[in-house]
Design a protein around this ligand. Structure first.
Ligand code: NAD
Length: 329
């Protein structure tokens, strides 16, 4: 004789409820694993940090998901957007939305959620560190010192940071935080933002002067870009504008590729007009081997990492996990 126990416990009920309400979330690029676990506790999760590089698998997974979480490499447009037939939410592990067809997503009923502000401090610290390294110019001497060459005379004209003028292009979240850190170092801060009125409270709060684009370019010792990639910023720092920058000045781009003409930067460094440059973002990412950057003095190149630190990644990942869970309720 078979005895069946049909009693339903609260735990059975809860797990039935969870399964019945479970949705599918796909994560196509790297995310903090503890934030992934937070999502897994509520929904079915497909987490593959390399899914972005497997187009067929990505499209197949996209067809049945209710949420997709991406960084900046996954292009949520065209074929992928069309495949997201059941998707309700696009979580962006970062802030720039140039890899997402936001209007197309919204027209298809999807909410697009960026991690506003979560990695701003990482970017701002990268800008300050690059500023100090490039003005001082003494930190690439390790190999010479190891080899006993002692290049003390050659490095004795490094510049201090205090008293220099930082010109910020785009005075939003990251631009303002960078300005605040720069003021702490005794820098003068001027900023250009065509969307903000010159009497916007942020200028006075930070102690920055509102300036025109031409004024920033002509007077800043260090120019740093914090604008989105849109029609108005594409090609903003072309060869002509770079030539108008102060001799010996420094250009830092952590915003997006296509905003700075990097070939013009390389030429300007080699000619001795620019005194340094830090480039974190490129027209094509990952950037293939690029000989034009070889032997450029005062050049720092990084692989789109200014916003990615241990702490920044944690904040970005948990913010998006929370917001995606809320959006799926
Ligand atoms: P934000 O929206 O807070 O600020 C952008 C500012 O740019 C706004 O104040 C806007 O008015 C201004 N702006 C728009 N068009 C402009 C123009 N033509 N000239 C000057 N200013 C203009 O954004 P944010 O959080 O400060 O981020 C800025 C950009 O930084 C993002 O769009 C993203 O592309 C980039 N970013 C890069 C990384 C990285 O790891 N490299 C990380 C985070 C953000």
């Amino acid at each position: 004789m078979i005895f069946c126990d049909f009693r339903i416990t609260f735990a059975d009920f809860a797990s039935f409820f969870l399964i019945a309400n479970s949705m599918k979330i796909i994560i196509t690029e790297f995310m903090d694993e503890r934030a992934v676990e937070q999502l897994t506790a509520h929904h079915e999760v497909v987490y593959d940090p390399k899914l972005v590089d497997k187009p067929a698998q990505l499209l197949a997974a996209a067809a049945t998901c209710q949420a997709i979480i991406v960084r900046n490499r996954t292009q949520v447009r065209g074929e992928l957007l069309a495949a997201l037939k059941q998707c309700k939410v696009v979580g962006r592990l970062g802030v720039g939305l140039d890899n997402i067809d936001v209007a197309g997503c919204e027209a298809a009923g999807m909410q697009v959620i960026p991690a506003t502000g979560a990695n701003a401090l990482s970017v701002a610290e990268y800008v300050i560190a690059s500023t100090m390294l490039l003005l001082r110019g003494a930190f690439a001497a390790t190999d010479d010192v190891i080899a006993g060459r002692w290049p003390r005379n050659a490095l004795s004209n490094g510049r201090e940071t205090a008293g220099k003028t930082l010109g910020i292009i785009g005075f939003g979240g990251i631009g303002q935080l960078t300005g605040k850190l720069a003021k702490g170092l005794g820098m003068n801060v001027i900023a250009y933002d065509p969307v903000m009125k010159s009497d916007a409270p942020a200028f006075a709060q930070i102690g920055a002067k509102a300036a025109s684009l031409d004024e920033v370019i002509a007077t800043a010792d260090v120019v740093t870009l914090h604008v989105p990639l849109v029609d108005g910023t594409r090609g903003l720092f072309n060869a002509e504008r770079i030539a108008l920058m102060k001799p010996g000045s420094i250009l830092i781009n952590t915003s997006r590729g296509h905003i700075v003409d990097v070939a013009a930067v390389a030429e300007s460094l080699k000619s001795g007009h620019l005194g340094g440059a830090a480039l974190d973002v490129f027209d094509t990412e990952p950037m293939p081997a690029e000989p034009m950057f070889e032997a450029c003095p005062g050049l720092i190149l990084t692989p789109h990492i200014s916003g990615v630190t241990y702490e920044g990644n944690e904040r970005v990942s948990f913010m998006i996990a929370d917001l995606v869970l809320k959006a799926l309720k």
